[in-house]
Structure formats: structure tokens, C-alpha cells
Design a binder for this molecule. Structure first.
Ligand SMILES: Cc1cc2nc3c(=O)[nH]c(=O)nc-3n(C[C@H](O)[C@H](O)[C@H](O)COP(=O)(O)OP(=O)(O)OC[C@H]3O[C@@H](n4cnc5c(N)ncnc54)[C@H](O)[C@@H]3O)c2cc1C
Ligand SMILES: *[C@@H]1O[C@H](CO)[C@@H](O)[C@H](O)[C@H]1NC(C)=O
Ligand SMILES: *[C@@H]1O[C@H](CO)[C@@H](O)[C@H](O)[C@H]1NC(C)=O
Length: 691
């Protein structure tokens, strides 16, 4: 029963304003509901729909009461609906009026026995048609009316939730659009940067706000049964009513959250594009909604258990508990109203999965028209370095069309494993346009001479000496016809999927392994760091994967080697502050991917090792103009002095942070402090590896 949304909202408002709108069918519904508590002799003797639609005495009674209490139009609508329910839910026909007409003459109805509520015991079948009393009918009618009101209000609360999220998203989209417009208008103006209103901070305050309102919303939903209407009925047990309504309210609210949960949790979420908010932000929303829905679901179940227990104790005392709990239940569920919340969720899910599959195929399979290898698949090689405790993964994508950029991340799959669908996000740390060297990728760098044209080859497999490896190169190229693009990932092994990768490496010779890893992506968004004059990168651990591409990008842009359409870099100085536990990891990356940057005047790096490393440094970085300090950097004073310098020079400053949550908190607080002290033109960007 999918109603148009506006109608639902309109009806919900109407009920909320106190004037409920009983439908024409409701009169007959009230009539046949009252007869559930009366047992009739004859056949069929059992079954809700069988007796309601086929037992001649019961059907005659329903017709008689409908004729007594309902207007003509109500009777027509109600009986037509009953007939359709009989077919839909009972798979039987409703006995036509003619079949029982002999008991529906005016005389017959006038002489029928009138029964009040609780007058007949269910265990004691009546042998004739009976007419319910007016008061019994009225109680039932009002119950259904209230029920309908409450049901609408359950849904109305749900739509309030939707309206809330719609408002937040609308603000996000408006601000995104506005900042884009501003940017394009000021594209040539010098101080364009300051107007770059990326919604990072507004997102987090919205998050905060979101949490509070979400809790309020939950609280309301659980307490939502107050109000005289429900208790106005002269009904035996208000506590049961309250429990029942709370149970349903929480149940409905839980369902209402489903589409939001899937919408916010998907990777291919159009809202990310529309608002400019990241996957991480939507993931926070996703979790909020999921938590609220879970709590509501749990509350729903607990309250139902309480109701069942309470009813169980009083089983014999009254039928009316059953009326509230079981019969009304069936009336509401007849319409499958709750499904309306499931289908959008299913739709969102299917769309997201479909797009994921498309991305998987797009990234990993190339079907050529010429050549020997018509079908090209992604190939990869990983190696684990015990001292660095990092897996280095090099992937040559099957497709030739990927153009990596800073901020990109991919979900990685190991399709030939038992849980081949399991996948985890990793940031592209670097890329190179050279064929993969068949040597160990973790070897310390050898000859860099002559291959430092980073504008063409941002990353070089270090020990690749072109002349020496000419044959090997040729061979590889022939075998695979690689276009020569490698994506490099640094993966920190934890306890799950990443741990398995580590073990596979450890089991293989030299801890290097050629394996099949598929990419799904690219995801992520590219922050225009190059528009800022001063850049500070505060990095922890494998967070370096977020920083290196921006450094490479700067080098490429300043060499003018980028595409013509690309903006020139405005960066005058970049400072990298990188903290890692293992000295070996710092060494590895510094001497390979960071090497081209280390000699530059506009680049400064400081490295901090926090772990006690047994391994001696593999290479002295002092020669490269930088050294490794032990312990942690003082992030606050770093940011303050940077902000101060930038402010004195009148330049714009961007701070990119990617590291553990504690580090990000510290950096965020320090930036906030700096801004409060008047250093306004700071842009704070945070990349998070939490998901
Ligand atoms: C956009 C993005 C980019 C990333 N880039 C990198 C990268 O370049 N290098 C890198 O080393 N890591 C990166 N990560 C983190 C990486 O995805 C996780 O460390 C990895 O998934 C852990 O896998 P596991 O099964 O070994 O995790 P586990 O051992 O099960 O857990 C390890 C840690 O990851 C968290 N985690 C794992 N799975 C989930 C999940 N489904 N939901 C929430 N938290 C989870 C756990 O809370 C725990 O802190 C990135 C994450 C994101 C979101
Ligand atoms: C009419 O009611 C009588 C009992 O009063 C019953 O025996 C008879 O079967 C009913 N007729 C029909 C057609 O249901
Ligand atoms: C390699 O690919 C190119 C197109 O990129 C094609 O022209 C060439 O024939 C291919 N060579 C082999 C050996 O498959």
C-alpha cells in the first residue's frame, strides 16, 4: 500500500491537528472486528478469514450490523474492501448478501439477539446470527480511529526524521553550490582562497547537532504516547495501551530509518557529490541512524516481551487485552504498510552494489581489440617489511584509463580467497608510470641518476636502471603489454583482512608475493591544496599515503608538467611533519617516494619515530637534509608558529591532517586556537582512515 508521500504527510498533519479523517471503510472494519470475539456455530468453525468470509452465521451478522450502524456509502466501501481482503489474505470469497438474505430481512434483524461487549464467552458458540450493541460498536470504532491516529503519528514521526535529514542535506548542498559559484566567480582574483568554503567545520558542527537531535528524536519516539486521545477511551488497561503504542512507535521508527541507513552507508552516494561531504562524514550519519534504529528495534522487542508476559498472567480475565494486542495488530499489518520503508532501502542497496560491480569491472579488466593479450587483468605484488611493519602493495590496474589524483582511495579485494567479497579501503600513496621492476620493491634505493624527471615519472621503482634492466623490461612488457602504471599502497596490518595479507607475505619467499588484488574505485575527493601559499602536512603512520600524492602533485605542477588545463600551483612552501612508530617505515618512504621532494627549497620535512626500533637506520637521512627525532612532535606549537608565519607574510595556509584520532583531535584544537587568536586564513583539512 504505497501512498503518495504528500498524502501521507497531509494526513499525518491532519491527525496531528486533532481532526482525524476516518475513512469510509472504517465503519465496516469496526463491525467485523467486533465479531472476532464471538464464536459462531456452523462451518467453517475456525480461521480468522475463513469464518469472517464464509461462516453463514457470522457473515449474516456482519451484514446485519453493517446495515444497522453504517451509512450506505460506508457500507458499500467497507464491504467491497472486506471482499477484497477475503481474497487477498484469506484466499476465499466473501459470501454474498443473497446467500444469507433469509436472515437479513428487516424482521430478522429486528429480532436478532443484541450482544454487548464481554457478554458472550468465546468458548461458547452461538447458533444464530447476533447483532452487536451500539456501545460495543462505538468502542471498537473509536479504538480503530485512535489506532489509525496513532499509526499515522508513528509514520508522521518518521517523516519528521526525513524532513530533518533533508534540511541538513539541503544546507550542505546549498553551501557546496555557493562555494563553487564563489570560486568560479573569483577564479581570477588573487585572494580567492579565503572564500573556499569547504564545509569541513560546518560538517562537524552539523554532526554534533545531528547527534543531539537524533537522541531527542529517539526520546520523543519512546515517550510519544502521551496525549488525551488515546486514554480518552473507556478501555480497561491504559498501561497496556501505552506499552502497545510505544512498542509500535519504536518498531515503525526503526523501519523508517532503514532507507536512510542504506543511503548514508553506500559508497556510491550521490549526496557525497552534491554536498561535497566525504564518505567519512556520511559514515558518521550512517552510524547515527543505525544506532538509533537499533535502539528502537531493541526497545520494540523488549516492550513486546513485557506485553506478552503481562497478558500471559491475565489470560483468563479478559479478552480485551487480546483485542489490543493481536487483532489490531493484524489489521495494521494487513496493508503491509511497513514495506514501504524497505523497498527504498533495497533500491539503494541494489544501485550501490550495481555501481560497485561496474567499478570493479572498469578498474580491473581491459578488453583489447588488437594484440595477443586481448583481455588484461589487474596484477599486483605485495611485500611485507617486518621492521616497518607495513605491507607495500603495487598494483598494475587492468585498465589503462585510470588517472590517479591526490585524495583517491580504492577498495581492495582478494577475489580468490574464501571471503573474496571482503574489501577494505586504502589510499593511493603514490603511482608511477614505469613498468614494475621484477626486483624486490623494498630494496633500498640505488641509482637515481638520470631518472629524476619527476614531471614525467612521478615515482620510480628505485633500483631500476633502465639499461641494466632493458631485457627484463622488454620481456615484462611483452608478456603483459603493460601501459606502465603502478599504484602503490601502504597497508598497516591489523587483525583482520590486513593480517591475512601479512601472513601470506611472510609465508612466501623473500616476503614478496605476486597475487591477485582487485581495485574498486576511485573514491575520495581531491582537495585543492595547490591554491594555498603555505601548506602544512601533519601525518601519522600510513597516513603518509594521503600526503605523498599532494607533494608529487606540487612538484609536477611547479615543473609545468601537468595537463594544460591544470591550475598552476601557488604553493611557496610545504612542510611535512610525519610521525610513525617505526624508523624503518620513515626511511623507506623518505628514500623512495619522498626523495624527489627532499632536495627542494620549497619543501621541508621533519620525521618523528615514536617506537623503540631495534633495527638500525637503513640509510642516513641527514645527507638529505633531514633527520629523525624520537618522540612526538608538539603539534600545537607547530601549528601556532606556522599560522603566525603565514599571517605575518599575509599568505594563506592549509593544514592537512591524516593520522590517528588523537593526533587529529590535537591538530583540530590547535587550529581552532590559532583561528581564535586572529589567524583567520587557515584551511583545515582532515583525512580519516576510520570507517
Ligand atoms: C578512506 C580510507 C583510506 C584508508 N587508507 C589506508 C591506507 O592507505 N593505509 C592503511 O594502512 N589503512 C588505510 N585505511 C584503513 C584500513 O582500511 C583499515 O585499517 C583496514 O580496513 C583494517 O582491516 P582489518 O580487517 O585488518 O581490520 P581489523 O583488524 O578488524 O581492525 C583494524 C582497525 O580498523 C578498524 N576497522 C576495520 N574494519 C572496520 C569497519 N568495517 N568499520 C569500522 N572500523 C573498522 C577497527 O576499528 C580497527 O581500529 C583507510 C581507511 C579509509 C576509510
Ligand atoms: C439463518 O439463521 C438460522 C438460525 O437462526 C440458521 O439455522 C440458518 O442456517 C440461517 N440461514 C442462512 C442462509 O444462513
Ligand atoms: C600492446 O598494446 C598496444 C596498444 O596499447 C598494441 O598496439 C600492441 O600491439 C600491444 N602489444 C602486444 C604485444 O600485445
Amino acid at each position: 500500500m504505497l501512498r503518495p508521500r504528500w498524502l501521507v504527510v497531509a494526513l499525518a498533519f491532519q491527525s496531528a491537528c486533532g481532526s482525524s479523517l476516518p475513512q469510509e471503510e472504517q465503519c465496516v472494519t469496526a463491525v467485523y472486528s467486533t465479531y472476532n470475539y464471538i464464536t459462531f456455530a456452523g462451518t467453517p468453525a475456525g480461521g480468522l478469514w475463513d469464518t469472517r468470509c464464509q461462516n453463514p452465521l457470522k457473515v449474516a451478522s456482519i451484514y446485519a450490523a453493517s446495515e444497522t450502524y453504517c451509512r450506505d456509502s460506508e457500507r458499500a466501501a467497507g464491504l467491497a474492501q472486506l471482499a477484497s481482503f477475503c481474497e487477498e489474505f484469506g484466499h476465499v470469497e466473501l459470501l454474498p448478501r443473497d446467500a444469507v438474505a433469509e436472515n437479513l430481512t428487516e424482521d430478522a434483524i429486528r429480532n436478532m439477539r443484541i450482544v454487548d461487549y464481554l457478554e458472550l464467552s468465546r468458548g461458547d458458540p452461538v447458533e444464530t446470527p447476533v447483532l452487536i450493541s451500539a456501545s460495543y460498536f462505538n468502542v471498537m470504532f473509536k479504538t480503530l480511529d485512535s489506532w489509525q491516529y496513532v499509526s499515522w503519528s508513528h509514520h508522521a514521526f518518521g517523516y519528521i526524521g526525513y524532513a530533518y535529514w533533508a534540511a541538513i542535506l539541503f544546507l550542505g548542498m546549498a553551501s557546496h553550490l555557493y562555494s563553487r559559484m564563489i570560486r568560479s566567480r573569483k577564479a581570477r582574483a588573487e585572494n580567492e582562497v579565503e572564500s573556499n568554503n569547504y564545509p569541513t567545520t560546518s560538517t562537524s558542527s552539523l554532526n554534533q547537532w545531528g547527534t543531539e537531535v537524533a537522541w531527542m528524536y529517539l526520546y520523543k519516539s519512546r515517550g510519544g504516547t502521551r496525549g488525551g486521545r488515546l486514554l480518552a477511551l473507556d478501555w480497561p488497561n491504559p498501561t497496556d495501551q501505552i506499552l502497545r503504542y510505544s512498542a509500535d512507535r519504536t518498531g515503525v521508527m526503526s523501519f523508517v530509518n532503514f532507507p536512510l541507513m542504506w543511503l548514508f552507508g553506500g559508497r556510491n552516494n550521490i549526496l557525497m557529490w552534491a554536498t561535497g561531504w566525504s564518505f567519512a562524514t556520511f559514515n558518521i550519519y550512517h552510524r547515527h541512524v543505525a544506532r538509533v534504529a537499533t535502539l528502537q528495534g531493541v526497545a520494540h522487542s523488549i516492550i513486546y516481551v513485557v506485553i506478552y508476559i503481562r497478558v500471559g498472567f491475565r489470560r483468563r480475565s479478559t479478552h480485551l487485552d487480546f483485542l489490543l494486542i493481536f487483532d489490531s495488530h493484524s489489521i495494521v499489518f494487513e496493508g503491509h504498510e511497513y514495506w514501504q520503508y524497505l523497498w527504498p532501502a533495497v533500491g539503494v542497496w541494489v544501485l550501490d552494489r550495481g555501481l560497485r560491480i561496474i567499478r570493479l569491472v572498469y578498474c580491473n579488466i581491459h578488453i583489447g581489440v588488437t594484440g595477443r593479450n586481448k583481455v588484461q587483468m589487474t596484477r599486483s605484488r605485495m611485500s611485507y617489511d617486518q621492521d616497518a611493519d607495513v605491507i607495500r602493495l603495487e598494483v598494475t590496474p587492468g585498465t589503462k584509463v585510470l588517472r590517479p589524483k591526490p585524495g583517491d582511495y580504492y577498495f581492495l579485494y582478494q577475489p580468490l580467497q574464501f571471503v573474496g567479497w571482503e574489501n577494505h579501503p586504502f589510499t593511493v600513496g603514490a603511482w608511477s608510470y614505469e613498468p614494475r621492476s621484477d626486483r624486490s620493491p623494498v630494496n633500498p634505493p640505488g641509482k637515481q641518476d638520470g631518472v629524476l624527471d619527476v614531471s614525467q615519472l612521478p615515482l620510480l621503482s628505485d633500483n631500476l636502471n633502465i639499461e641494466e634492466n632493458q631485457d627484463e623490461f622488454q620481456e615484462t612488457a611483452e608478456k603483459t603489454n603493460v601501459s606502465g602504471m603502478n599504484l602503490i599502497f601502504w597497508i598497516r596490518p591489523y587483525d583482520g583482512w590486513t593480517q591475512k595479507l601479512r601472513q601470506e607475505c611472510l609465508r612466501s619467499k623473500d616476503q614478496i608475493l605476486d597475487t591477485t588484488i582487485l581495485l574498486e574505485g576511485p573514491y575520495g575527493h581531491n582537495f585543492p591544496l595547490w591554491r594555498y601559499e603555505s601548506v602544512l602536512l601533519i601525518i601519522g603512520g600510513t597516513g603518509i599515503a594521503s600526503a605523498v600524492p599532494y607533494i608529487q602533485d606540487h612538484i609536477r605542477r611547479s615543473a609545468g608538467g601537468g595537463e594544460i588545463s591544470e591550475e598552476e600551483t601557488r604553493i611557496r612552501d610545504i612542510e611535512l611533519v610525519w610521525t610513525a612508530r617505526q624508523t624503518a617505515f620513515l626511511h623507506d618512504v623518505a628514500s623512495r617516494e619522498l626523495l624527489p621532494a627532499l632536495g627542494r627549497e620549497d619543501f621541508q620535512a621533519s620525521f618523528y619515530a615514536t617506537g623503540v626500533s631495534a633495527a638500525p637506520p637503513r640509510r642516513d637521512l641527514a645527507g638529505l637534509g633531514c633527520e629523525i627525532s624520537t618522540g612526538r612532535p608538539h603539534i600545537q606549537s607547530l601549528i601556532m608558529s606556522r599560522a603566525c608565519d603565514a599571517s605575518a607574510a599575509g599568505s594563506t595556509l592549509a593544514i592537512l591532517v591524516c593520522g590517528p584520532a588523537g593526533m587529529a583531535d590535537e591538530a583540530r584544537a590547535a587550529t581552532h586556537l590559532a583561528m581564535r587568536q586572529g589567524y583567520r586564513s587557515i584551511k583545515y583539512v582532515e583525512e580519516s582512515f576510520a570507517w
